[in-house]
Design a protein around this ligand. Structure first.
Ligand code: GLY
Length: 313
């Protein structure tokens, strides 16, 4: 099995004809858009619906029918849902089969294809089942050309997170660096963080900023991941200000950045309830604390659930 130090992350043209000898997994939309077809192609449902154990089992069955062995390569061509699902199947099939991510969405390029997290949703919890499984990545920003405004905006939710984590990324965004340059910058930033802390023991936790409330909102409202993360950033920054962990002016500046680009949805008690199942919670089975990465040092901290309900007002 590859360690993160063995992973190759390259930027450049992903020539789909090069994958004729590989098993390619994508979704119907991508297959149509890029004319991907043939016996070596498997189609998952589009979007979050792909991320089920049933789909992983069906995909593994296809691997078995194709008599794949651990040295055969599987290409995950698509957005985050394709990458997460295929990554999980590759991790468990014969205890690991070679994986190449070719992300086609902005979210996948700057976040989900990098760092080896694989997952499916389970028991109405996002990413409850998963592994770390590192594959190579080719980031071809030409795919950005085919994304619509909604898909691009979705990626901007993750880019907003990087802007808050990294002053250089924020400066680059403010001086109008191109989306391609910003994408490469964010992907490189995430790669460096993951190389230092591949298994999310310390520093990598900061990449989960906005994700505790973001995931709860994504599940409840069925909104796109990046939009939910932007909302997560909004409410988690507000939470930090209320807890006296960051200045009110800092919080208002970044909340305004969210409002400029994204709809802000009301946070409900039902959404908050979902945070009790978050993977970052450290309180054990009976815990009533929720794990948050808040914009003050961006380290993981436990916040009593009772302190969250005021955010719903
Ligand atoms: N999306 C957060 C991480 O990969 O660690």
């Amino acid at each position: 099995m590859k360690g993160i130090e063995d992973v190759k992350i390259s930027f450049g043209k992903a020539d789909l004809s090069d994958f004729a000898q590989c098993s390619v997994v994508t979704d119907e939309h991508i297959a149509r858009l890029y004319h991907v077809s043939g016996d070596n192609v498997y189609l998952l449902p589009r979007g979050e619906q792909a991320k089920t154990l049933e789909n992983v089992a069906a995909l593994c069955k296809w691997f078995a029918e194709r008599k794949l062995s651990p040295c055969d390569k599987v290409v995950a061509l698509g957005g985050g849902s394709v990458g997460d699902t295929v990554g999980f199947a590759c991790a468990i099939f014969k205890r690991g089969i070679q994986l190449l991510h070719v992300p086609t969405t902005l979210v996948a390029m700057v976040d989900s294809s990098i760092g080896g997290k694989t997952a499916v949703n389970f028991c109405n919890v996002k990413n409850m089942l998963g592994t770390y499984y590192f594959g190579d990545v080719i980031i071809d920003t030409n795919f950005l050309e085919t994304l619509d405004a909604e898909q691009l905006n979705n990626g901007m939710g993750e880019i907003l997170k990087y802007r808050m984590l990294d002053r250089e990324t924020d400066n680059a965004c403010r001086r109008g660096e191109s989306l391609r340059e910003l994408t490469a910058r964010c992907a490189e930033y995430k790669t460096e963080v993951c190389r230092r802390d591949p298994y999310c023991q310390t520093e990598r936790n900061k990449l989960n900023f906005g994700h505790t409330l973001g995931h709860a909102m994504e599940l409840s409202l069925n909104v796109a991941h990046g939009v939910a993360v932007a909302n997560g950033i909004y409410y988690e920054t507000e939470l930090a200000a209320r807890l006296g962990l960051c200045d009110r002016s800092y919080a208002e500046t970044w909340k305004e950045e969210v409002r400029k680009r994204f709809p802000v949805y009301p946070l409900t008690e039902k959404m908050l309830g979902l945070t009790l199942q978050d993977k970052k919670n450290l309180g054990g089975a009976c815990g009533e604390n929720v794990g948050f990465v808040l914009p003050t040092g961006f380290t993981l901290r436990s916040i009593p659930f009772s302190q969250l309900t005021a955010l719903c007002d």
